[in-house]
Design a protein around this ligand. Sequence first.
Ligand code: TYM
Length: 336
Amino acid sequence: MKKRLLTGLQPSGALHIGNYFGALKPFVDLYNDYDSHLMVVDLHALTTLRDPQALRENIYSVVRDYIAVGVDPEKVILFKQSDVPLHTELAWIFECLVTVPFLMQAHAYKDKVAKGLEANAGLFNYPMLMAADILLYDAEVIPVGADQKQHVEYAREAATKFNLAYGETFGTPQELIFEGVGIIPGTDGQKMSKSYKNTIPLFGTKDEIAKAVMSIVTDSGLTRDETVNVSRATGNTVVRSVPFAKNLYSIHTLFKMQDEQDKLFDFYMSHENMYKPLKETLIEDIEACVAPMRERRASVIDSDVQAILKKGAEQAQERAARKMEEIHKRIGVSLT
Ligand code: TYM
């Protein structure tokens, strides 16, 4: 029996390269070896998005993105969260098991409150909906970026609470965070995030990508030590500090082999005005990576998306219903 793999992305805006390298690419690299589920978590997006037309467009867009990056809808259950209402039902059941102080520790909620903003109750309960997304399918492996680690821990906690109250029903899902891509930095050096407006779009036009790349902050004041040959004859070296655009380097590493990348940086770092050519190379490298995917993306039409989601909804609903039957028995709402 294959292990169950599951992940989801919010259709709250255009996907960026942080989403791609942190979650989507790991999913694509793994999903053939698993019993795989890929969601568009539209109900989660409602915590921030109140524009129905935008949400609808984003849902189409995310499904296109999934296909573009190499997901074969025949080999995965690809579905939209809202098509399986059992997610919200299970979230409710979990909410009755966990405490308010426990949910108050969630980063997303805490960050909102720390900014002096009012969190809606959906954001507060968000981790339990995500726990339901995962546990309804007995998913075991959850490829995500590092920012979702706590949410998977919450899912484990919900499972434990349920098992303690009603008997062994759920397993222990585990986040899978690939090394080096857990937190992709944005153009300003913070974590790349739609809400920080520091993203490089995954499927932007070349101009949009170029604009984002050119805005990458390079005057961070950071330096790195470089070993310099001071005498060819003696082979003596000194170590000196040179300016280092760590952020630009980290982003570029995603698109280039490390040794090639190091050579490139070593070359330009000793030049005047070194960032412009480095950024231009990055734009070309992103373009080379994205162009074939962009082409595949363009071939996916609206009716393809509808058909994929319809089939996925049926498959997901069937699995979820089976699990919910067991849950209903456990909690005592089913009379047989
Ligand atoms: P979301 O939509 O915010 O992000 C989707 C995925 O992209 C990852 N990610 C990043 N990874 C590395 N560096 C970054 N800068 C970066 N920004 C985003 C996220 O970690 C995530 O894996 N709650 C989830 C969606 C969700 C889900 C689930 C995921 C709902 N139910 C069940 C897995 C399983 C979210 O808001 O992701």
